[in-house]
Each structure stands twice: as C-alpha cells, then as structure tokens.
Design a protein around this ligand. Structure first.
Ligand code: GAP
Length: 489
C-alpha cells in the first residue's frame, strides 16, 4: 500500500478540497457512484489517457485508433453475449431488503471478474447460510440468488414502428469488433495489428465501491489486438509485459503491482486465458484489486458477430425484440465469413485471434493518486504532496513573483505566458511564497519558479523541486529548455 496513505478518506478529502474529483450532482445531495472531474482532475485524466495513447498507438506501427458511438445496434450485444449473460448474481436480505452481489457477501471471494460468469454457474457455488448482510448484519437470511442484468437500457426513436430498446455500451470493445472490416478495408494493415479506443462505458453495478474504483459510468482504454491463430499466446505474453511496464514507467511502485492469473472457473465466457494487473489499494487493511485485465478472447467475438449479422432477418421478424431473437447457428464455412481475414502469404482465409488489454481510466487514476500521495513533516509542519510522474502532473510548472512590486509580477507573467504555450502552467501571486509552494505540492506540480529581487539584476529565477524542495537558480533564457528536458515534453 502507499507509504503514507493508510486510509482512502484522506485522499478523498484532498481530491475534493483541491478540485480533482467531486460527487456528481453535489448540490442535489449527490448521485451515488457517479463522479465529476474538476479543474485538476480533468488535467490528470487527460494526461493518463494521453500517456496510454502515446504508448499503445503513437509510438507503435502496428496499432491504430478508433472512437465509436456509445449506442450501438442492439444485436451487437446479443452476439457478444451481453444480453443473455452479462449479469451479477444477487441475493436479497429478507430483513432489510438490501440486495448484494453474492460474491461480495462476507466469506465469499471478492472478484471483479465474476461479472462475465454465467449466473447459473455461480448460483450452484455455495449456500448463503453463513453469509452476513453488509447493511443490517443479519446472518443467513437471504433469498435464493438471482441474476441481475448489468446493462443500462434506453429507448431509441419517437415512433412506435421504428422505436426500439437499445443499450448503453458496457464495454468499448464491441465497437472495435464491429469495425474490424472497416479498418481493414481503409488501411493497409496486415496481421498482426491492433485497434485502440478510449471511451465511456456504463454498468448498473449492484455494489459500487470506494470512490471512483467501481462506478456506474466510467471510462475504459481498450485494445483489441488481432493476430494469426497459434501466435496468440506469444502476443498475450507481449501485452502482459507491455502493460505492466506502462504502470511502472509512470511511477507506480513495483511492490504495489502484481499479476493475478484467472482460475479456469472464473474465466469470462469468451476467454481462453486472462491475467489481471492488480494494485494494492488502501481499502480496509490493504486490498489487491484489478486495475486491468489482459484476456485471450480467441476468435470468439468475430465469429459471434458473423452469427449476429446472419440473424438480422430473424430480429425483424421478431418485432426487433433482441431478447427474443436467438442467434442462428454458424455455417460450416464460418472461417471464410464476412469478418474473416485473407492472408496473402499463406493464401488462406481465417478468423483472427484477439488479445485484449482492457484498462479503466478512472481506476488507473485512483491508483496513480494513491501511489503519489505522501505526507511529510517539514520544520514541524505537515506537508501533503502528490508525487506524480511529470507526464501525469495536472500542472507542470507554477510561476510566482516573490512580492507584488518592483516589476516582479510583470516579469513572472511574461515567463508564465511563454511556458503555457508548451505545457499547463499556473500563475499565483497571492499570499506568502511558502504557502504557494504548499498549494502546488498538494496539486502535484513538479516545479515552482519564483521571480525575486535578483531577477532584475541578472535575469535569473529560482526553480524549486516538489520532491526534494531544493531550489536552484537558472537564467531565464535557459528556463524553458531546462523544464522541457526535466518534464520530458
Ligand atoms: N472488454 C473487457 C472488459 O470490459 P472488464 O474486466 O469487465 O473487461 C475492464 O473491465 C476494466 O474496466 C477493469 O479492469 C476496470 O479497470 C474497468 N472497469 C470495469 N468495471 C468498472 C466499473 N464499474 N467502474 C470503474 N472501472 C471499471
């Protein structure tokens, strides 16, 4: 767990106090498990997404990006398995009527991945006689477990004859599968290659958890990496290592990260293998929880969408009722279907295999915040700071005049105006300089630049380092180059 962060409450308080994260609809008393990102939070979030995009798209020649709509044809979710299988198994306490995920009841293993499990399979697992209601504390008084569907539903279209039930996407992945041939036909990509997407997903979670850890609206950063069947295990290893390295390169401490392979009986219905990257979160006494899953989805999704495409006539015949429309069977020559790939070298047609590294933006942010959080004592005073990696820090540099006279504010503004052309900067002239440093420490700003009396004499300023608090003097002409080198921008 993070060195000094013993409980999440301190971080939640800092996030609210400094404008990182607010409860959604705060002035109305809040909306449970929905959050808004404030001025510092929005910068941090953008930096996390940019760092991911740079690592998996910008700097690779086997990856491209995509941005799909949240609403998709409802048969997408039939084909993917979500309409029939995306449910949590819940039980209701007979005393207080609170519904809880069965796998979250005390004494039952607490795993995120049970989401994709078939409810029936999980139902057979255990009796609930020794389980305790988390709300009222009653033991063993539960209804029979029942599946609770996780997809949010809404209605599309105004007219009776063209309106239909649609879903808010519960993962971004399916937009990538449904665009596989569009991307293939419009680029010169050949296998192996991947498609990356960042976007909102929605799940009507039964139990939400710990601030932004498990919410009902969240963002995902997902890759579907298409490869030749038979090379999938090697690409799975590749992505496991790449994704772990990403968290480490962005400063998360090694001892707070681990891989956790899924056992066979917890694998999602589409996966041949899956490993989670877990982070040691400060929930309770310290709690290893999933940050990201790296799954081998085989050819499951593309094959399922071929079945979905062939079922569209049936869907119309069934009055566009997705739940009542069964998928038609695969034909014998499914491997040559519309979502197959023609391999120029082997002169063969087949359905590619897929490796999927799937990460949560908000959950990643929480891990970066927790890991960066520190409390220190400096000359008898407490200082809170966020030791963000420079590329994640919401503000890269703050510029201060030591006092509001002798031309210092004007000079400081000139410097600030130059720096902000290159990276997010902040100007502050209010209060004692020591307090201004502390405020920037709490925001995680790596560098503070102060214009003082000496600046007018020799054109130098001081640069204060957030972590060491050391100050060095530098000539203003060299300032931008120095900062860009240190910040890696
Ligand atoms: N396409 C595969 C997929 O969606 P998942 O394990 O259900 O797999 C992937 O989700 C990641 O999305 C998780 O590792 C987590 O970081 C994030 N995530 C899932 N549900 C979430 C929720 N309710 N709140 C916040 N993040 C969530």
């Amino acid at each position: 767990m993070a060195e000094t962060l013993k409980k999440l409450d301190d971080l939640v308080a800092l996030c609210k106090r400094r404008g990182f994260i607010f409860q959604s609809s705060d002035i109305y008393g809040g909306l449970a498990s929905c959050y808004d990102y404030g001025p510092l939070g929005v910068e941090l979030k953008r930096n996390v997404k940019n760092a991911w995009w740079k690592s998996v798209v910008q700097t690779r020649d086997d990856m491209v990006g995509l941005d799909c709509s949240i609403l998709m044809h409802p048969m997408v979710w039939k084909a993917s398995g979500h309409v029939d299988k995306f449910a949590d198994l819940i039980a209701e306490c007979k005393k207080c009527n609170t519904r809880t995920r069965v796998d979250h009841l005390q004494g039952v293993e607490n795993e995120e991945t049970t989401h994709h499990e078939q409810p029936e399979a999980a139902m057979a697992k255990d009796g609930l006689n020794d389980k305790v209601c988390p709300k009222c504390g009653t033991t063993g008084q539960f209804t029979e477990p029942m599946p609770f569907k996780l997809m949010f539903e809404t209605q599309m279209g105004a007219n009776v004859d063209d309106s239909m039930k649609v879903y808010l996407r519960p993962e971004t992945a399916q937009g990538i599968f449904t665009n596989f041939s569009n991307v293939l036909n419009t680029t010169r990509l050949k296998l192996p290659f991947g498609i990356a997407q960042i976007g909102k997903s929605f799940r009507n979670e039964v139990t939400t958890k710990a601030f932004i850890f498990r919410t009902r609206e969240f963002e995902q950063m997902e890759i579907e990496f298409f490869c030749v069947p038979g090379t999938d295990e090697q690409w799975w290893e590749h992505w496991k290592n790449e994704r772990m390295k990403w968290y480490l390169d962005l400063g998360i401490r090694k001892e707070n990260l681990r891989f956790r392979p899924h056992a066979d009986d917890e694998l999602a219905h589409y996966a041949k293998a899956c490993v989670d990257i877990e982070y040691l979160f400060p929930f309770g006494q310290g709690d290893w929880q999933e940050l990201e899953g790296i799954a081998n989805r085989t050819d499951y999704d593309l094959r399922q969408h071929q079945r979905g495409m062939r079922s569209i006539t049936k869907w119309f015949e069934n009055g566009r009722d997705t739940e009542k429309t069964p998928l038609v069977d695969e034909p014998d020559d499914w491997s040559k279907g519309p979502l197959s790939y023609f391999d120029d070298e082997s002169r063969k047609r087949y359905i590619p295999y897929v490796i999927e590294p799937s990460a949560g933006v908000d959950r990643g942010m929480l891990a970066f915040l927790v890991d960066a959080y520190a409390e220190e004592e400096v000359r008898g005073e407490k200082r809170n700071l966020l030791r963000f990696h420079p590329s994640l820090a919401p503000i890269k540099a703050a510029v201060f005049p030591l006092v509001k006279k002798d031309g210092m504010p004007e000079k400081a503004r000139t410097i600030y105006n130059e720096l902000r052309q290159y990276f997010t900067s902040f100007y502050d002239q209010k209060g004692a300089v020591g307090r201004r440093y502390r405020r920037q420490d709490e925001a995680g700003t790596p560098f503070c630049i102060t214009v003082d009396g000496q600046t007018a004499e020799d054109n130098t300023v001081t640069i204060r380092d957030r972590d060491s608090m050391e100050q060095t003097r530098i000539n203003c002409d060299k300032l931008l180059g120095y900062l860009r080198e240190k910040l890696g921008i």
